[in-house]
Design a protein around this ligand. Structure first.
Ligand code: HEC
Ligand code: HEC
Ligand code: HEC
Ligand code: HEC
Ligand code: HEC
Length: 275
């Protein structure tokens, strides 16, 4: 039978299961839980004074074994964009008393928790509708009901969405069920390559701005349409349609290359005329 795969939150449990020195791991795990607290970080979180979850949790030191840390949240796009604890965990952020504030907040191990693997996609999906719509009918989304280790948003993004998997990381994250997730690795590599070419095209179009003022607006429009293509490919990825993801990424890469070459040509012609 398959081993459970070692995403970070399961690392200690997996090590305990597979280690011959289980006793030592248990002792070590207890030592970590007992002595390690959320890392201290630089003072009050500015701008969040009226959010009671943040106000109290920045003072309370919870064991680090519990999910993410306060500083991880603080450093994330979510904190920067005004997404407080209550948006993912529930509860009432305007109440200062712990018990009343925690009404509806359940540990992620409880299947009814908003952040349990069973409900997580819908919780994230409240704001990331496109990704959720793409994901919700996939094999993996259906698997979550019976297997809390099935692939969900957390598997790839971590609880704070501060992480994107790289092609070689996919093996660690998906490898239990797919010994060699080659299709997904290929898809991610092509997607990354397409993104790189889009950036290069952007730079080249910018450089041609003053050189080819009549060509420039059309080029910008083409670039924006490619950005839309990229967003669409991202959704194919969240559907796990890797073939489509590769195909569309390759097409986008070609378009990006063409635009970049055209831009360079415009600049070159101008330079030749000036000589
Ligand atoms: C007055 C302080 C205080 C406030 C306000 C507060 N918390 Fe907590 N919270 C704690 C303490 C202490 C613990 C650990 C003990 C416990 O579970 O009650 C905790 C635990 C938690 C846990 C872990 C639950 C578990 O059982 O594993 C989560 C999640 C959480 N809080 C989220 C929130 C959210 C979201 C809010 C705002 C809606 C909030 N907290 C408001 C003090 C607070
Ligand atoms: C973007 C969503 C999101 C936000 C925002 C968020 N959390 Fe979490 N949090 C999670 C997820 C998902 C888990 C489960 C993590 C895991 O299993 O690794 C979790 C786990 C926790 C835990 C461990 C207990 C448990 O239920 O597993 C605590 C405590 C906690 N969060 C507190 C907070 C506090 C305090 C804030 C605000 C400062 C916050 N969270 C903001 C998504 C979020
Ligand atoms: C209350 C709304 C809300 C919820 C709930 C929420 N997000 Fe977000 N998320 C945002 C906003 C706002 C941003 C920042 C702007 C943007 O990039 O769209 C963001 C950014 C992101 C990013 C880009 C991060 C980056 O730094 O590039 C990812 C990935 C992401 N969220 C995934 C998740 C996941 C996974 C969950 C659930 C655990 C989640 N979000 C829950 C609103 C939300
Ligand atoms: C199999 C891994 C995987 C899973 C599962 C996954 N994502 Fe993603 N997600 C990615 C990758 C990789 C990207 C970045 C693609 C790229 O390079 O453009 C991404 C991009 C995103 C973005 C866009 C961020 C931006 O920069 O605009 C959001 C939002 C997001 N994911 C949310 C979610 C949510 C919500 C879920 C769960 C319903 C989820 N993802 C599940 C791998 C995954
Ligand atoms: C808990 C087991 C499990 C995990 C973890 C898992 N998968 Fe899957 N995956 C499956 C099953 C079962 C299927 C459906 C049968 C098949 O096609 O092999 C599947 C199918 C797929 C498919 C084919 C999609 C389709 O609709 O036919 C892709 C691509 C895929 N997984 C990628 C991933 C990636 C990427 C990850 C890591 C983020 C991952 N899987 C993690 C079990 C898993």
């Amino acid at each position: 039978m398959q081993e459970k795969y070692p995403v970070p939150r399961l690392a200690v449990a997996a090590a305990m299961r597979s280690s011959r020195w289980t006793g030592q791991w248990v002792t070590l795990a207890f030592a970590i839980v007992a002595t390690t607290t959320w890392p201290a970080y630089g003072g009050e979180v500015a701008g969040w004074e009226s959010n009671q979850c943040v106000a109290c949790h920045q003072v309370e030191q919870l064991p680090i074994s519990l999910g993410h840390s306060m500083s991880e949240w603080q450093a994330s796009s979510h904190a920067r964009s005004g997404v407080g604890c209550e948006k993912c965990h529930g509860g009432n952020a305007s109440i200062a008393a712990r018990q009343a504030a925690h009404e509806g907040v359940l540990p992620s191990s409880d299947p009814k928790s908003k952040v349990s693997p069973h409900n997580l996609a819908a919780t994230c999906g409240a704001c990331h509708e496109g990704q959720y719509e793409a994901y919700k009918d996939t094999v993996h989304a259906k698997q979550v009901a019976s297997d809390s280790d099935a692939a969900t948003c957390l598997t790839c993004h971590g609880s704070m969405a501060t992480s994107y998997p790289s092609p070689c990381e996919l093996k660690a994250r998906c490898g239990v069920c797919h010994a060699e997730p080659v299709q997904a690795q290929a898809a991610l590599s092509w997607l990354a390559a397409a993104k790189t070419h889009l950036l290069r095209a952007h730079r080249a179009v910018d450089e041609a701005r003053s050189t080819a003022p009549d060509w420039y607006p059309g080029a910008v429009a083409r670039f924006h349409s490619m950005e839309k293509d990229l967003a669409a490919i991202e959704l194919e990825w969240h559907k796990f349609d890797m073939e489509e993801c590769v195909k569309q990424s390759r097409d986008l890469l070609s378009l990006g290359k063409l635009l970049e070459e055209e831009a360079h040509l415009k600049v070159k012609l101008k330079q030749e005329m000036a000589e």
